[in-house]
Design a protein around this ligand. Structure first.
Ligand SMILES: Cc1cc2nc3c(=O)[nH]c(=O)nc-3n(C[C@H](O)[C@H](O)[C@H](O)COP(=O)(O)O)c2cc1C
Length: 166
């Protein structure tokens, strides 16, 4: 059984509907052999991260950055999860290499009201220094969440889970 860890900050019903769709997609009946573990960002631990084979990360955009809750998650787990602070590993665009090989897949969704650019970049910069690799296009949603947005969120969840089940 492989484990997919969902770490999210979902402070409003709008964002929660996206998160619920991601989790539902990850648990799609057609996907076998994947256990989905869901943690709020302030509750997720390094053990959660180390025990997982892949990740789905969700956040609101706040002041052009990820939410404080998700930043707290990364602050808490970064070193134990294999993050590299030295050698210029941490860059603005998240392009720097993490530990060579064996990178675990991750997906990201971000909800905002007007511009999610900085929030996406802030996550990618940190994750670029973790032994993780982006395995699906980032899902960004501005404003209201309707059927199209929840379908995209469902697909994101299903994509990561399907990768682990292969
Ligand atoms: C303090 C604060 C800062 C915010 N900063 C941004 C931002 O930089 N970019 C953006 O698109 N939305 C921003 N927002 C909007 C939130 O991302 C949005 O409220 C959140 O995703 C929840 O969505 P909802 O209000 O539609 O339920 C901010 C909201 C707050 C309260």
């Amino acid at each position: 059984m492989r484990r997919l860890l969902v770490v999210h900050h979902s402070p409003t019903d709008t964002v929660r509907s996206l998160t619920d769709a991601v989790v539902a997609g990850a648990g799609d009946d057609a996907i076998e052999g994947v256990e989905v573990v869901v943690r709020e960002a302030l509750a997720a631990t390094a053990d959660d991260v180390l025990g997982a084979d892949g990740y789905l990360i969700g956040t609101t955009a706040n002041f052009g950055y990820m939410s404080g809750a998700l930043k707290h998650f990364f602050d808490t787990i970064f070193l134990e999860a294999g993050g590299a602070l030295t050698g210029g590993a941490l860059t603005d665009d998240g392009s720097a290499s993490a530990a060579a090989g064996g990178k675990k897949p991750y997906g990201l969704w971000v909800h905002g009201r007007y511009d999610t650019t900085g929030a996406v970049r802030s996550v990618q910069a940190i994750v670029g220094a973790l032994p993780w690799t982006q395995a699906a296009e980032v899902l960004t949603v501005l404003g209201d969440v309707g059927a199209q947005e929840t379908a995209a969120a469902y697909e994101l969840g299903g994509t990561l889970a399907a990768l682990l089940s292969e």
